[in-house]
Design a protein around this ligand. Structure first.
Ligand SMILES: Cc1cc2nc3c(=O)[nH]c(=O)nc-3n(C[C@H](O)[C@H](O)[C@H](O)COP(=O)(O)OP(=O)(O)OC[C@H]3O[C@@H](n4cnc5c(N)ncnc54)[C@H](O)[C@@H]3O)c2cc1C
Length: 402
């Protein structure tokens, strides 16, 4: 029986854990190690799978509740905050919205007990142009045969659930559209699907404790029961499944904003402590104005992200709407990079040294205008919506449509 936590319980727990995680964030980064200890603590505290409905053992928490928890944790440990995003948003949101009862019953306990599902879209030749993917899932009797290659997959090798997007082919190789395929891998239990290989791990500048890996699929067999079938059929299905990704965008924006809030807090304290020219730095107006702008950027980002989370209440999909999520993500992530950069500047040489968390935060925050939809692609989506113009995805895209 799940203990149901109130919004206040979740927030208080997150604040407590964030303090604990603050002491070890440096260690995960330096050792490039996944923070299993934090995962265990977050799972015990009920923070993994908070958005999963109560009937499947989760808290049934709203996206807004989850954002507040994520911000709190991101101020101290962005790595743990990423795990929270992916155990509450993105892949798990898609499964809870579009999955069968059997899939939900299967996936929910795995996530609640500490898994962050991996969402697998990007390929070497299909980045922003995701629909140009070449991974295929071909129907064969009551199963699909998956072949292909993904890269930059967050949590490759540590995740137990993988939601892999692939082009669906019927038995005669006719293309039907793009669908989602669930793979379960748990080495502790000896579950390692044949033909599924976790490839090379990238060496990243930030968020170093999180593996970003290649995944290779060589005739991996997937039972029909493990297909995440969009309600609208495969042809329009990718767009439908990707609506669940709006949650991940809002979550990623919140991590960036949380890092920026943590950096602003540290900068404020430092300005009061450090003296130059016989006065605390806090008395220099040039720095005061920087601090005021940092605070305003964090505040504006938080309002946009919360607004995007709240749009899920009225949107027909039950997810944040595309416009609010895209706008909030590019705004919050670009501002966060600037805020953390300014905070580091206020620390002078100390900011550049690795004894201060600022240099780690600076490396960590840089990712968020790239992963989960680049700032340019999100701006293209927003502008396309405002102007009523479809996003041209291919060379001569407008001409072809005319
Ligand atoms: C740390 C990290 C974690 C990631 N995790 C995952 C994951 O778990 N699962 C997953 O599937 N993917 C993941 N990704 C991949 C990520 O989604 C892609 O990096 C992203 O979609 C961009 O693709 P790309 O890197 O191939 O860049 P490209 O698409 O090659 O783009 C290069 C540059 O050109 C710009 N650009 C491209 N097209 C346009 C256009 N039409 N107009 C204007 N500018 C354009 C882009 O904004 C970018 O600045 C992750 C990436 C990172 C860095």
């Amino acid at each position: 029986m799940t203990t149901v936590l109130t919004q206040q319980d979740l927030y208080d727990t997150a604040k407590e854990l964030a303090l604990e995680f603050s002491g070890t964030a440096h260690q995960w980064d330096q050792r490039r190690e996944y923070c299993w200890r934090n995962v265990e603590v977050m799972s015990d505290a009920g923070l993994m799978g908070m958005t999963i409905p109560r009937e499947f053992g989760g808290q049934g928490a709203s996206f807004l509740d989850v954002l507040k928890v994520i911000e709190c944790v991101a101020r101290e440990c962005a790595l743990s905050a990423r795990i929270l995003v992916e155990s509450n948003m993105g892949g798990i949101s898609a499964i809870m919205a579009y999955g069968t009862k059997k899939q939900k019953e299967f996936c929910a306990p795995i996530v609640i007990n500490g898994d962050k599902p991996a969402i697998c879209i990007t390929e070497p030749l299909a980045g922003s142009a995701a629909t140009e993917m070449s991974t295929t899932a071909k129907k064969q009797g009551n199963r699909f045969i998956l072949n292909g290659h993904k890269h930059w997959i967050t949590g490759g090798g540590v995740s137990k659930l993988y939601l892999v997007f692939a082009k669906v082919l019927d038995e005669n190789d006719n293309y039907l559209g793009i669908g989602g395929f669930l793979i379960h891998r748990d080495l502790n239990k000896g579950i390692n699907p044949k033909g599924f290989v976790v490839g090379k791990r990238e060496r990243t500048m930030g968020l170093c404790g999180m593996p970003e890996t290649e995944l290779l699929f060589d005739k991996v067999e997937i039972e029909e029961d493990f297909v995440l079938a969009p309600r609208s059929g495969y042809r329009k299905g990718f767009a439908e499944l990707m609506m669940a990704y709006n949650t991940q965008r809002v979550g990623a924006g919140t991590i960036a904003m949380g890092i920026a809030a943590g950096a602003t807090h540290r900068a404020k304290q430092y300005l009061c402590e450090r003296k130059q020219f016989g006065r605390p730095l806090a008395e220099f107006q040039g720095l005061q104005w920087m601090l005021a702008e940092m605070d305003a950027d964090v505040h504006a980002s938080r309002l946009m992200l919360h607004d995007a989370a709240q749009s899920s209440i009225t949107s027909s999909s039950g997810f944040p709407d595309m416009m609010s999520a895209a706008r909030a993500k590019f705004f919050a992530t670009e501002r966060a990079i600037k805020v953390v950069n300014d905070a580091l500047q206020m620390f002078g040489a100390r900011g550049f040294g690795s004894n201060e968390p600022l240099e780690r935060m600076y490396r960590d925050v840089r990712m968020f205008t790239i992963g989960g939809g680049t700032a340019q692609i999100l701006k293209t989506q927003v502008a396309g919506h405002l102007l009523g113009m479809p996003t041209p995805q291919v060379r001569n895209g407008y001409a072809q449509r005319d």
